[in-house]
Design a protein. Structure first.
Lengths: 391, 85
């Protein structure tokens, strides 16, 4: 099976300033699989509400497009810094920005202007980084910090707007705000307890914690946090359908069970052949959930479901993206997909003639078509890397 | 004492499920009192029958390894009466 490089996971969490209808901070990101590159920008607009949102949106979008087109991030940021307007009264930028340009080999270029300094976490501790300061020739009071760092597996980068570090500012408990030190301690403690915490969860926890520092939990400024995590990829192998040549059953059963990652089987015949070839028993539950047969268990396999009906239902859940994914076989399969980065489908090309019995009350799609639809939605809507292998 | 419960295996594969196995899962409810405790009902991911069954119809159920085709609650109870004398 193909060996995958590290996966760049990124997520953001935000809290609006109290009584505002729009977020004054703006986050935008872009992945380009061809270049194996991820660019993300976090921008804090001057003031709050819709005006700040527009300023931040404009700034972030401009920077993103510029950097995506240019290879040299520092040069791009300098040009953007020189061209963005400054508030004539306050003599500061209309919006701050933190840009991160990450490639799959772990080389990261960062440019920050106006936002608090980012955190680089390795082995549960924040490690320092040396910036190169670039002063704007056009606006001498303006400068930006640029960094080039090499990330290792499991490193995290945390960016935030000043709503996080200044949380609680002016209040009785945190006169100077939560400050970067407070954030560092919180993050280090959190990662010590939950070393595998997801980007989404960590970002949400930081924003929530910042909000608790505010008197009456009313955010005095927009609070935003962006977390980037360079992690080992989460792999999933889905075996569905018996191999076209029955004499290869044993070979594929062994390939399946020895896979490095999570494993799922979709299909009764497929489950039986794995069980038979490897001598592992299957236990099947006796209930119907959501009009689907129940799931089954086998040692070493994360999920066993029925085939076509479940796969079709799973596609429906992926398309509709309900708030609460139903707890049936298809729902469990969808959760496995959402928690994985690289998904391989081993699709048996053997067709079950009984599925074309004219007495069947409903039409069953051909497995190949179902899997292709699955691939499309997983790659396009959920940005997963999917690999189809027909056997 | 040997476990001499009658083994009833209901196929939960795609074809069987769609043709009625879903309803057969409620078999326990329909068991008359004299059969309760004498049968062991379980589900199987697939009994591998539908593809080569010729003219036999799904859903398939195995009672002590004997195959019942076009299984209904009635047919199963009939068979049970033969075995549990």
């Amino acid at each position: 099976m193909k060996q995958y490089p590290l996966f760049i996971d990124i997520d953001v969490a935000q809290q609006k300033k109290f009584n505002q209808n729009a977020y004054g901070d703006f986050f935008i990101s872009k992945r380009s699989p061809e270049e194996q590159r991820l660019i993300a920008v976090l921008s804090d607009g001057l003031g709050s509400g819709i005006k700040a949102n527009i300023l931040a949106n404009m700034t972030a979008t401009m920077i993103l497009k510029f950097i995506a087109a240019e290879r040299n991030i520092a040069k791009s940021a300098e040009i953007v810094m020189n061209s963005l307007p400054i508030c004539q009264v306050r003599k500061i930028s209309y919006a701050t920005f933190s840009v991160v340009d990450c490639s799959e080999n772990g080389t990261v270029k960062i440019v920050e202007e106006g936002n608090p300094e980012f955190l680089h976490i390795r082995n549960g501790k924040v490690i320092p980084s040396e910036p190169k300061i670039v002063v704007s020739k056009k606006f001498p009071t303006r400068s930006m910090r640029t960094y080039t760092i090499q990330l290792e597996a499991e490193d995290r980068l945390i960016f935030c707007s000043d709503g996080v570090t200044q949380a609680g500012l002016g209040g009785s408990l945190f006169k100077l705000g939560w400050r970067r030190d407070g954030l560092v301690k919180f993050v280090e403690d959190k990662i010590e307890v939950l070393p595998d915490i997801s980007c989404r969860q960590l970002a949400q926890d930081i924003v929530a914690e910042a909000q608790t520092k505010e008197p009456e939990r009313k955010a005095k400024d927009d609070i935003s946090c962006m977390v980037l995590h360079m992690r080992k990829p989460r792999n999933l192998l889905v075996f569905t359908g018996p191999p076209y040549y029955a004499d290869r059953d044993a070979e594929y059963a062994h390939l399946f069970i020895n896979y490095n990652g999570k494993k799922a089987i979709c299909g009764g015949t497929t489950a039986n052949l794995v069980s038979r070839e490897l001598g592992l028993p299957i236990t099947t539950e006796m209930f119907v959930k959501g009009h689907l047969p129940a799931y089954s268990y086998m040692t070493g396999v994360d999920l066993i479901t029925e085939g076509i009906l479940t796969l079709t239902k799973a596609i429906e859940y992926l398309e509709d993206a309900p708030e609460q994914i139903p707890d049936d076989a298809a729902g469990k399969l969808v959760n496995l997909f959402l928690d994985s980065d690289y998904i391989t489908f081993m699709v048996g090309a053997k067709v079950n003639q009984a599925h074309f019995d004219p007495d069947l009350p409903l039409e069953l799609e051909i497995r190949k078509n179902v899997v292709k639809r699955m691939e499309k939605i997983l790659t396009q809507k959920y940005v997963k890397q999917v690999n189809l292998r027909f056997i | 004492m040997e476990n001499d419960k009658v083994k009833i295996q209901i196929c939960m594969g795609t074809t069987c499920f769609v043709m009625g196995a879903a309803k057969l899962q409620e078999l326990e409810k329909y068991l008359p009192p004299q059969f309760r405790g004498k049968v062991e009902i379980s589900a199987q991911p697939c009994l591998n029958v539908c593809q080569d069954s010729g003219y036999l119809k799904a859903p398939f159920v195995k009672i002590n390894d004997e195959l019942i085709d076009g299984a209904t609650v009635g047919k199963i109870l009939e068979k049970l009466e033969e075995i549990i004398v």
